[in-house]
Design a binder for this molecule. Structure first.
Ligand SMILES: N[C@@H](CCC(=O)N[C@@H](CS)C(=O)NCC(=O)O)C(=O)O
Length: 336
């Protein structure tokens, strides 16, 4: 009887593991990763003139494809609006959501999804016309502010005005495009969203230099990839893909020197490239999963600079997104 109970318990655990660990199998069977993306946000996710998706989030999708397939072409980018992004993940239309999405408690707990980490520490800010001679968000009393629905932005905006006893006239729009165009056309005194998006959207205005970002950051917007709850293996793969990119930067492993690094005798680098241990296999991937990520996509710093930093038109300072040992808060647990 006891033996039977033990066998049954073993079978149930095995069944639970195999039914839960479906996403990697499904992605491999399909031969392509479906990645929920922002199709209109330069620096994060936007197809270029030739149709190639460019951005920090697009590269996160590619990094996951590199880890699984050793091939960054095996990604189908699925453009999603702010409003539709969570249902697309819940329904299985996408395997992963990488779309400038803020990690909050309600999204993490009540939407059936899990955030795997933070690929950009952001915060909400305001953009105004230079001629208004406004230097602080606290001077926006009674201002009209253009804002997009279905985002964390709306609540932060009303919180900020309420906290400072300021009258607010918010003008809401279903898409960022409508909100930005309305602001540019002079329908609002200010436009508010994540600071990174303000840098990006400013480039789309008729006269970008006529607009400034105010210094206040009124919220925490930790942007990161999310997966459906219930598949711990998949959760780990996405989480450790980002961690591998951050660890690579810390270990000075780049897309340029990765081949030489395979011969390194440094124990941390040996574990990273897979010449020691079986860390890739433990995740359900190949031994050299992290090599594929860095070789085909780059380390976190390379990806940051080319998409949103000094090598990009946005030229955003790394600020909080510097590594923890360089004055920022980007930190990844070790591969070991
Ligand atoms: N990080 C915030 C905001 C995300 C967001 O959707 N931002 C706007 C900023 S421009 C956007 O990407 N809109 C594009 C669209 O909805 O097409 C959130 O997760 O709610």
């Amino acid at each position: 009887m006891k033996r039977f109970a033990n066998i049954l318990a073993f079978c149930l655990v095995f069944l639970a593991q195999t039914t839960a660990a479906q996403t990697l199998k499904a992605v491999k069977g399909r031969g392509v990763l479906n990645c929920g993306s922002n199709g209109t946000l330069a620096g994060f996710g936007l197809p270029d003139a030739s149709g190639k998706w460019v951005g920090l989030d697009a590269d996160l999708c590619r990094a996951v494809a590199a880890a699984i397939f050793n091939d960054v072409e095996k990604v189908k980018f699925v453009p999603l609006s702010a409003k539709d992004r969570f249902t697309a993940l819940q329904s299985g239309d996408v395997d992963l959501l990488a779309r400038d999405t803020s990690w909050t408690s309600s999204r993490d707990s009540s939407l059936g999804l899990s955030f795997t980490g933070v690929n950009y520490y952001d915060g909400q800010s305001f953009m105004v016309r230079r001629v208004l001679k406004v230097n602080s968000a606290l001077e926006l009393k009674g201002a009209s502010v253009c804002v997009q629905q279905g985002t964390t932005t709306e609540l932060n905006l009303s919180d900020f005005f309420r906290t400072h006893n300021m009258r607010l006239k918010s003008v809401t729009f279903a898409t960022a495009n409508e909100a930005v165009m309305a602001y540019d056309a002079g329908r609002c005194d200010a436009y508010t969203t994540d600071a990174s998006s303000l840098y990006s959207e400013r480039l789309r205005l008729a006269h970008p230099n006529d607009h400034i970002l105010l210094p206040e950051i009124i919220s925490k917007e930790p942007l990161g990839p999310a997966v459906r709850q219930g598949d711990d293996q998949w959760f780990d793969i996405v989480k450790w893909t980002l961690f591998a990119m951050i660890n690579a930067e810390e270990l000075n492993i780049t897309s340029k020197n990765i081949d030489e690094m395979k011969a390194s005798s440094n124990p941390d680098i040996k574990r990273f490239v897979g010449t020691e241990g079986n860390y890739g296999e433990q995740l359900g991937l190949a031994k050299d999963w992290a090599v594929s990520i860095v070789k085909l996509v780059g380390n976190y710093g390379e990806v940051f600079e080319r998409n949103v930093g000094s090598d990009s038109p946005l030229k955003i300072d790394r600020g909080l997104n510097k590594l923890w040992n360089k004055g920022g808060i980007q930190y990844a647990p070790p591969i070991r």
